[in-house]
Design a protein. Structure first.
Length: 474
């Protein structure tokens, strides 16, 4: 949990790069077969750099998480986590010095974000957009007192973000060649000079999305998409209200963020390109909110299959934290409903920030109770986490949820809840509809109900129960 040496960080970077091809290929082969959200995820706590907090902000297809974490002196630095090891990412002042955060990581393990560096013309430091690769940090906006941030990077090294001060705040793009030479591009968003505009996301076709203030036809913060350097900015539709913001875009061109309806707070929004339109037009739809008190929503990331992560907020209600979720094919599930009761007892999910093509999710969780084995594991501390879809090939013995509720639905685990539910159904009266839950197979133990609950069903259930998930032929 302590900050590590540059040599170890370089080894971690090399290990990550070497592992990338196989892991990413596995993700691409497995993920397209998903037709619905997984029913259960495993939870992995990501440590810190020696202090009490860490936040997971991005994840690549190799399952490498990037974000910010506290050092023992409570300063926060950028990190990457891979294979159970957390390492500090080199910043513009070296390792272990200054503050900053990793905000995005591509599939080559290259990290971007912001890192504090001494200001050229006044005492103190200023946060500059930076790229970390191969154990080196590159200042994307050198020799300026103005702050800047790099917010995303694609697999070809195109970086997007924002920077400037006064009347020169701009959405920006950068690239860094093999010799470390930085090229800078100003994205001339047609907004109001001096008012905020930023580039938030870029896909592997170099299509960029973001947001910025406009004064016509009325003052509004507008979501936009830019398809190329010689293309016009396309202003994305809202949900009927004034403002919108585009956060991320996947390689299919689907964009996520938030947009305002005619009444009420912003909702998590999805913009889908309309085929054959030039310039490309988009339809917009929202992701329905959870029940009250949640009155606002935002989407943070989208993977290649269209799985989206975000959070609902209770803006009008004090004391209610965010409720992070994952959304796919019209199905929206709170993260807290996808993990075991033991995880829910220890952690409260706060944000869902990133998702990769294997469906792994990273974000921020708050510790509910102290950890007696961790001297800095106090209630209220935050931890970056990774949620990984659990094997769901559980066979017919996956009858219900952990609590054994009947009627119930499979939850991606064969556990004591299924044990209790099977026996309740097995010994129920034949006239009780629940009795049929135990009709798993015929008398010879071949899968499929036969209208009779007997010893064949009993044998099949225990055969599956003692094998567990993931080892059962489909």
């Amino acid at each position: 949990m302590n900050a590590t040496s540059p040599a170890r960080t370089a080894r971690t970077s090399a290990r990550t790069t070497l592992a990338l091809a196989g892991t990413a290929l596995a993700a691409m082969l497995v993920a397209p077969s998903l037709a619905a959200l997984p029913e259960r995820y495993t939870f992995t706590e990501i440590g810190t750099l020696g202090g009490p907090w860490s936040n997971g902000l991005a994840i690549n297809n190799a399952g490498v998480v990037a974000g910010l974490a506290d050092r023992p002196d409570f300063s926060s630095g950028p990190f990457i986590w891979s294979d159970g090891i957390i390492d500090e990412v080199i910043g513009l002042q070296g390792f272990g010095v200054g503050t900053g955060s990793a905000l995005a990581i591509n599939n080559l393990g290259q990290v971007v974000g912001y890192s504090h560096t001494p200001a050229p013309n006044f005492p103190g430091t200023v946060g500059h957009a930076f790229l970390a690769r191969d154990g080196q940090a590159f200042d994307l906006e050198p020799n300026t007192d103005a702050a800047s941030t790099a917010r995303d990077i694609n697999d070809f090294g195109l970086i997007v973000g924002d920077g400037g001060g006064g009347n020169n705040v701009a959405a920006l793009a950068w690239s860094v060649d093999g010799n470390g030479q930085v090229s800078r591009f100003v994205l001339n968003f047609p907004g109001v000079p001096g008012f905020g505009r930023q580039a938030n996301g870029v896909n592997n076709s170099s299509v960029i999305v973001g947001g910025g203030w406009m004064s016509e036809p009325t003052w509004a913060y507008a979501a936009w998409v830019l398809h190329g350097p010689n293309e016009p900015f396309i202003i994305l539709p809202t949900l009927g209200g004034r403002d919108a913001n585009a956060e991320k875009i996947n390689d299919a061109g689907v964009i996520v963020g938030d947009a305002q309806p005619a009444q009420g707070f912003s909702r998590a929004a999805i913009w889908t390109p309309i085929p054959g339109t030039t310039p490309t037009r988009y339809t917009v739809s929202d992701i329905p909110l959870f029940d009250a008190p949640y009155d606002s929503g935002e989407a943070r990331d989208i993977n290649s299959m269209g799985m989206i992560v975000g959070a609902d907020l209770a803006i009008a209600t004090n004391g209610v934290g965010p409720k992070p979720w994952v959304y796919f094919n019209g199905q929206k599930r709170a993260l807290e409903d996808l993990v075991s009761p033991e995880v829910r007892a220890e952690w409260t999910f706060w944000w869902a920030m990133g998702i990769n093509d294997a469906g792994q999710i990273t974000g921020v969780a708050v510790r509910n109770n102290g950890d007696p084995n961790d001297p800095i594991g106090n209630p209220g501390d935050t931890r970056a986490f990774i949620l990984t879809p659990a094997p769901t090939n559980c066979g017919p013995a996956d009858i219900t949820n952990t609590d054994g509720d009947l009627p119930g639905t499979p939850d991606g685990a064969i556990d004591n809840g299924d044990f209790a539910a099977f026996f309740a159904a097995f010994f129920a009266s034949p006239e009780d509809p629940i009795h049929t839950v135990a009709d798993l197979a015929n008398t010879d133990g071949e899968l499929g109900p036969d209208g009779v609950v007997d010893n064949g069903d009993f044998s099949v259930f225990f055969g599956y129960f003692f094998v567990g998930c993931g080892n059962i032929p489909s």
